[in-house]
Design a binder for this molecule. Structure first.
Ligand code: ZN
Length: 225
């Protein structure tokens, strides 16, 4: 013989009226589900065994009822405040969009700096270029740059943004000047703090408000099954 957790939800009103709703629902359950180990509220008494005006949120009220009601005892009533699922609050959303705009601007300037860098390499007068790392002499016209990635996300951050440009096919070192690479790195470094801030703001949820118009009761408990 087991137990099934069952309850009803009733909007706050006169307790006498709530008790009437409960008794009616118990009768209804007996009619629909039977009187023998149905696992439904029809297995509980028509009387409410105790009122607990705790004003919890919905899931806490469910938990409280499940923890505090004993099978074969009359149903318990516990109050809660119904409200929509917590969402990112409005102020946080406004701040997030400011950071998103900053990131979009930084990505634009990154793309521009990347194009400036590779254009400068392509348009150099001399056809030959020397690799400072392995001393290879390379023909500029056959070289291809690393693609410019503008992908980033909140989890991975910005480490995937390419900063190498043209590179030596022999030793894979960048053929761009240090100052060109530095310009790109500086832009990339400015993106990460905005991503961090967005992550932080996304966690700011609307507060749990005890709105008297949203007060309800959970009534029920463990029903023999
Ligand atoms: Zn090299």
């Amino acid at each position: 013989m087991g137990g099934n957790f069952d309850y009803i939800e009733v909007k706050d009103m006169d307790r006498e009226k709530i008790a009437q709703v409960w008794a009616h629902q118990v009768e209804q359950s007996r009619y629909e589900d039977g009187r023998s180990y149905s696992g439904q509220i029809g297995m509980l008494s028509e009387e409410i065994g105790g009122w607990h005006d705790l004003g919890l949120d919905y899931s806490a009220a469910q938990e409280w009822l499940s923890d505090n009601h004993n099978k074969w005892e009359p149903a318990l009533a516990v109050s809660y405040y119904a409200q929509p699922k917590p969402e990112i609050n409005v102020k946080a959303l406004a701040k997030i969009s400011v950071h998103q705009k900053s990131i979009a601007d930084l990505v634009e300037s990154y793309k521009k700096a990347y194009t400036d860098m590779t254009d400068a390499f392509k348009s150099a007068k001399s056809n030959m270029v020397g690799c400072k790392t392995c001393n290879s002499k390379l023909n500029r016209t056959y070289l291809k740059p690393m693609p410019s990635h503008s992908s980033y996300n909140l989890e991975r951050g910005v480490q995937n943004l390419g900063t190498q440009g043209y590179f030596c096919p022999v030793c894979k070192s960048s053929l761009q000047t240090d100052s060109q690479i530095e310009r790109l790195r500086k832009i990339v470094a400015k993106i990460q703090p905005h991503l961090d801030k967005i992550k932080e703001l996304s966690a700011v949820k609307r507060e749990f408000v005890k709105d008297p118009n949203q007060k309800h009761w959970l009534i029920g408990g463990w029903c023999p099954s």
